[in-house]
Design a protein around this ligand. Structure first.
Ligand SMILES: Cc1cc2nc3c(=O)[nH]c(=O)nc-3n(C[C@H](O)[C@H](O)[C@H](O)COP(=O)(O)OP(=O)(O)OC[C@H]3O[C@@H](n4cnc5c(N)ncnc54)[C@H](O)[C@@H]3O)c2cc1C
Length: 431
């Protein structure tokens, strides 16, 4: 490392990544303090990203300022680019230059990136949904397709065909939300009255929402099917060219919109940090969240393979729910004799648009309007800070009272697909 500027992490704890896991570690450390390194000054509440993409929640309201999340922490805007465990130094690159940060304890919470397998055209033509820019970009694009269909009705079938690859929580939720947005937007286009949009949901697995019990996944399947969504399980995307998506098996679909939500893979930077990784590229930690063989380094969240005392032999799935519980234990373990982490999942939920949802509360499956209320209520409670909850509640209330806002939000690159976040698939393969 060649930097000549060295700073010392506040309270000795340096947290790499200010997402769900990292921000909660810093918050839980309270006055002890920590230094967070993150490329942006906010943590993203991702469960509401599909709603931000459809405009029922303001995108800004799902971003929580890190300085509010962890008021006693020091925030360094930038990206970690290297770790020297022998010197206990992390090298950081930022717009203010490159410098070193010294630590006593290092917390690695670098999250995951969208998995990008080698499908021709995927990087150039598909839309992802991993951050706020993705959500705004997708909403702009979808609204623009409606406008362009109106401008040239001979192109309307292609413009109003929407393909979603990946039927996990994010794929199902964003399809359902955008379906509602497009239906509402079309009510303002009498010229397109006779045209029914086409919606396709693909998944390589045998059913949608594989993380959910079968009964709830079936409800979701039926609900989307009744809205005219064609669901193709056991089907994968073969290629994308401008205006055409081709499925494995050869079916060609004329479309301008392919949304890729088929999984995530651990942050590729982990491979350059010389930390022990499992077969999926996640940092290996012991039951106290300490990195195997590295006494002063800890890891958690989507970038770590975290063994859970409540589910012996298994590692935690990549969810906010688990990242938050891991963060609470890790923050305590930094200040005491480390204790093992264990957490029993409380439930799972997904919204399906149009006041429908599915939820699993403990072992109790709930669907329909009640499932929708539970899912929304849960996210509202999980969202940090009363002020932010009120903002989201106000968004939902105005969305219920008035017609949807269909104005595009323009910013440079707003109409392009993946380019900013495109990353080749990590050699580890799918998660
Ligand atoms: C659209 C979507 C919907 C989701 N819905 C749900 C849901 O409903 N329920 C649920 O439980 N989970 C959901 N998830 C999953 C959830 O978002 C993740 O499990 C959770 O965010 C993991 O937290 P994390 O801190 O490990 O990673 P992240 O929250 O991704 O945070 C990683 C952080 O590291 C930062 N970073 C990256 N590289 C560097 C670097 N070099 N230096 C410094 N910082 C860096 C990133 O900018 C980011 O801030 C969803 C995810 C998505 C994408």
């Amino acid at each position: 490392m060649n930097s000549n500027r060295t700073r010392v992490a506040k309270g000795g704890v340096l947290v790499l990544g200010g997402g769900f896991a990292g921000s909660y570690v810093a918050r839980e450390l309270g006055r002890t303090g920590a230094t967070i390194v993150n490329p942006t000054n906010f943590m993203l509440y991702t469960p509401l990203l599909p709603e931000a993409a459809a405009g029922s929640v303001e995108p800004r309201h799902v971003a929580v300022p890190l300085r509010t999340m962890a008021p006693d922490a020091d925030l360094v805007l930038g990206s970690a680019v290297g770790v020297d465990p022998a010197r206990r130094i992390v090298e950081v690159e930022s717009d203010a230059g490159r410098f070193e940060l010294a630590y006593a304890d290092l917390v690695v919470a670098l999250g995951a990136v969208t998995r990008m397998p080698d499908i021709p055209g995927l990087c150039d033509h598909a839309f992802g949904l991993k951050d706020i820019a993705d959500a705004i970009r997708l909403r702009n694009h979808v609204l623009r397709q409606v406008e362009l269909a109106d401008a040239a009705p001979d192109q309307a079938v292609r413009r109003l065909t929407f393909v979603f690859a990946g039927a996990g929580f994010a794929g199902v939720e964003v399809l359902a939300e955008l379906h509602e947005l497009v239906s509402e937007a079309l009510t303002r286009h009498p010229r397109l009255a006779g045209i029914e949009p086409t919606w396709l949901l693909l998944d390589g697995g045998s059913r949608i929402l594989r993380q959910m019990p079968e009964q709830l996944a079936e409800f979701a399947h039926r609900t989307l099917g009744e809205r005219g969504v064609e669901i193709l399980t056991g089907t994968s995307l073969a290629s994308i060219e401008p205006g055409v998506a081709t499925l494995a098996g050869g079916r060609r679909i004329e479309t301008e919109t392919v949304v890729w939500t088929a999984g995530v893979t651990p942050n590729p930077l982990l491979r350059e940090l010389n930390l022990p990784l499992d077969g999926r590229g996640r940092v290996r930690v012991d039951e106290t969240l300490r990195v195997v063989g590295a006494p002063s380094i800890w890891a958690l969240g989507d970038c770590a393979a975290v063994p859970n005392g409540a589910t012996p032999g298994e590692t935690d799935p990549a969810t906010c729910q688990h990242a938050l519980r891991q963060a609470r234990v890790l923050a305590k373990n930094l200040r005491r004799t480390p204790r093992p982490y264990r957490y029993r999942t409380r439930g799972q939920m997904a919204t399906l648009g149009r006041r429908h949802g599915v939820a699993l509360i403990g072992r109790l499956p709930v669907n329909g309007l009640l499932g929708w209320h539970i899912a929304r209520g849960y996210h509202l409670l999980q969202l940090p800070f009363a002020a932010r909850r009120l903002r989201v509640l106000a968004d939902w209330t105005t969305a219920a009272m008035f017609r949807r806002d269909v104005a595009e939000l323009s910013f440079p690159g707003a109409q392009t697909a993946f380019p900013t976040s495109a990353l080749p698939e990590a050699p580890s393969g799918p998660r």
